[in-house]
Design a protein around this ligand. Structure first.
Ligand code: AHR
Length: 501
């Protein structure tokens, strides 16, 4: 099979906001306890953080991490996780039906994120709580000194404000599973009033309003429009959440799910711009895709979990090679929409539907989905160029024209690099992939990284951590203004070109 990609410096989608490579840590399962934090672990530092996990997080290069939930945040008292750790209350946690010990809270997570080189995207509880607690938490985190909560932070050992820039106004408030879920009217009003006082206290923050918790929600569309009608002047982003599944064991359809993500993004963008129009506003509200991933492998075992455990093995999806291909397609889709998607969070980061796994007291290792994310976050910075693609397509039960190649080019002018990310969705054929480089004279190939495996279901484990891992033996040749790359069947490819100065 053959395919062609044309890239041109003038066909610009937009600058990639680095925060598109964000992630998420929720107080859920073993994400925090026995994930990032395990004081008795041989690699633990003086704060109890696992340094082996920290190293893997750093390599992933995650600029922003959403915290502390997720569903968890809608029942959370943030004060429980501050001050003397020996005096913190244990709570029955109603989102995931576990016991929350509160050993780790906002203070510790700030410290951990700083060490990981990440900013925190802080969510406030608009479920059981409301504007007052959101204001108090913001005062605790960002106010310099001389007020009750800022001085409480200082008394807890943090003289300097945390300076948290991005705040989520609740989580999935449209979902019936959410603690104190709301109608769009109810949420729109409370989010608006919370946003007003938060921006009054700290005008430098950015706020994310809850969009629908999925494209398939019955209230989708109407929800966004109503919420934005209330909040448009006070918020900067609307959130999107989506998880994809191959429970039906239909890999061609599964590999096409990024087209669904694209439709979701385009629809929410249209709704934002509709509200902009009816408000005669000059302001543009952008998108925060702050939960996305594959999630289905752990569904059955989670149904059997006993309630009220501390840090149970919950949502521990074991990802295989085909999941990594899907994550690659989803990353390319986010990049293709970077003119409006400014932030996105791979949900989640450690143990819970995560690229990084740990054993309690044992090793940490990475799942296959770790690699496309790491490649994208390391080489996907710069200007996203609109991909003009010619290639064959296939049909699935739900979709008519699924292109065999999913691809994007990112121009990094500062580093004089051009990176092409490409997934070959074909399960049978390799593709001769021509890249038109006439606008990039003097380009040479730096490397062609490939993630591939004969077994779509291949996984990594603590005893075989490198079973699915990328190699650098991809074949790309440059000749007279074009490059020809071989995209092996079902593969993730990163083709890096050095550009002439
Ligand atoms: O990421 C797991 C859960 O998925 C989050 O807590 C929730 O927001 C979503 O439904």
């Amino acid at each position: 099979m053959k395919a062609k990609l044309t890239l041109n410096r003038d066909f610009v989608i937009g600058n990639v906001d680095e925060r598109i490579f964000g992630s998420f840590i929720e107080h859920l399962g073993r994400a925090v306890y026995n994930g990032i934090y395990e004081p008795t672990h041989p690699t633990a530092d003086e704060k109890g953080f696992r340094t082996d996990v920290m190293e893997l997080v750093k390599q992933l290069n995650v600029p922003i991490i959403r915290y502390p939930g997720g569903n968890f945040v809608s029942g959370y008292n943030w004060e429980d996780g501050t001050g003397d750790p020996t005096k913190r209350p244990r709570r029955a946690e109603l989102a995931w039906h576990t016991i929350e010990t509160n050993e780790v809270g906002i203070d510790e997570f700030q410290e951990w994120a700083k060490r990981a080189g990440s900013q925190v995207m802080q969510a406030v509880n608009l479920g059981t709580r409301g504007p007052e607690e959101a204001r108090n938490l913001l005062e605790y985190c960002n106010f310099p000194k001389g007020t009750y909560y800022s001085d409480l932070r200082r008394a807890n050992g943090f003289e300097e404000p945390f300076g948290i820039k991005v705040w989520c106004l609740g989580n999935e408030m449209d979902g019936p599973w959410q603690i104190c879920a709301k109608t769009a009217e109810e949420y729109g009003r409370i989010a608006c009033e919370t946003a007003k006082i938060m921006k009054d206290l700290d005008p430098d923050i950015e706020l994310v309003a809850c969009g629908s918790s999925g494209l398939g929600m019955p209230t989708f569309g109407k929800w966004e429009a109503t919420v934005l009608e209330h909040t448009y002047n006070y918020v900067d982003y609307v959130s999107l959440h989506s998880y994809y599944s191959n429970a039906e064991e239909d890999t061609p359809s599964f590999l096409a799910c990024s087209l669904d993500m694209d439709k979701f993004i385009k629809s929410v963008t249209a709704i934002c711009d509709y509200v902009k129009a009816v408000k005669h506003s000059d302001k543009t509200v952008n998108l925060s895709f702050d939960e996305w991933n594959v999630w289905f492998h752990s569904n059955e075992s989670d149904k059997k979990l006993e309630r009220w455990q501390i840090a149970p093995h919950q949502l521990e999806d074991i990802y295989n090679f085909e999941d990594a291909l899907v994550v690659g397609c989803l990353l390319i889709t986010l990049l293709k929409n970077c003119d409006r998607v400014k932030m996105a969070c791979l949900a989640q980061l450690v143990n819970v539907i995560a690229p990084i796994m740990t054993e309690n007291g044992g090793p940490a290792w990475v799942q296959p989905i770790y690699y496309p994310f790491m490649h994208a976050s390391n080489y996907g910075k710069g200007i996203a160029l609109s991909p003009v693609v010619n290639c064959d397509s296939y049909s699935t039960k739900k979709m008519k024209e699924v292109p065999f190649v999913e691809t994007i080019g990112i121009l990094n002018e500062k580093e004089h690099e051009l990176t092409v990310f490409a997934v070959n969705r074909s399960l049978e054929d390799s593709i001769e992939f021509e890249i038109d480089l006439r606008d990039f004279t003097g380009a040479t190939v730096m490397e062609h990284i490939v993630l591939e495996n004969d077994d779509l279901k291949a996984v990594n484990s603590s005893t075989d951590p490198n079973h699915v891992a990328p190699h650098k033996n991809g074949v790309t040749k440059v000749k007279e203004g074009s490059a020809t790359a071989i995209l092996n069947k079902s593969s993730w490819n990163v083709i890096r070109f050095r550009l002439g100065k």
